[in-house]
Design a binder for this molecule. Structure first.
Ligand SMILES: Cc1cc2nc3c(=O)[nH]c(=O)nc-3n(C[C@H](O)[C@H](O)[C@H](O)COP(=O)(O)O)c2cc1C
Length: 164
């Protein structure tokens, strides 16, 4: 069975983590896009409210077929201590029965663990087994630092042992 990394990213930080994992572990990768405009100050406020309320959004691709995959990584930025709406929406459309899941959340400073906890509850309710998870701080970090911190997480969390 294959491995895939699914992620949402508004400003490429979570994308950098996802791409580093996919390159390092030779997995498939799929970005989940939020069709709603999320840039700009007003959209930042709305995005936080949407995340807090766990409001659904329109995503692209609309549906995912995970049949070929035994291990699924899911990555999100932390928004108001929660997963981004695109990830909540994606999880609620997927069947995770019999799949192992590894969760990760990027965050400016804090709240990533809450985002992981909520994703864990939701994927497990849909049949997944969470086998590992990690959070990564991104405040004041260039993408190159995020990449090197991701490589450290891969080692610390022994991620190479999964999905073989
Ligand atoms: C709407 C919104 C809400 C956020 N809320 C939090 C938060 O509660 N805690 C935190 O540490 N960072 C928060 N952040 C910062 C992001 O989690 C952080 O910059 C993340 O790494 C961005 O990932 P991305 O570039 O993949 O979008 C927030 C960012 C946005 C846009």
């Amino acid at each position: 069975m294959k491995t895939i990394v699914l992620y949402y990213s508004r400003s490429r930080k979570t994308a950098t983590v996802a791409e580093t994992i996919a390159n390092e572990l030779s997995t498939d990768i799929q970005e989940i896009k939020d069709v709603r405009e999320r840039s700009g100050f007003l959209n930042y406020v709305n995005a936080s409210v949407d995340a807090l309320r766990e409001s659904k959004t329109k995503i692209n691709p609309e549906k995912l077929d995970l049949n070929d995959y035994g291990l699924v990584y899911i990555g999100t930025p932390t928004w108001a201590g929660k997963p981004a709406p695109a990830i909540i929406t994606m999880i609620d459309q997927c069947d995770f029965k019999g799949k192992d899941v590894i969760l990760f959340a990027t965050m400016g400073n804090q709240g990533g663990k809450g985002a992981i906890k909520r994703m864990k509850e939701k994927v497990e309710a849909r049949g997944a087994r969470t086998v590992n998870s990690f959070v990564l701080k991104t405040n004041n970090q260039e993408l190159i630092e995020i990449k090197s911190n991701t490589l450290k997480k891969i080692e610390e969390h022994d991620l190479k042992i999964y999905g073989i």
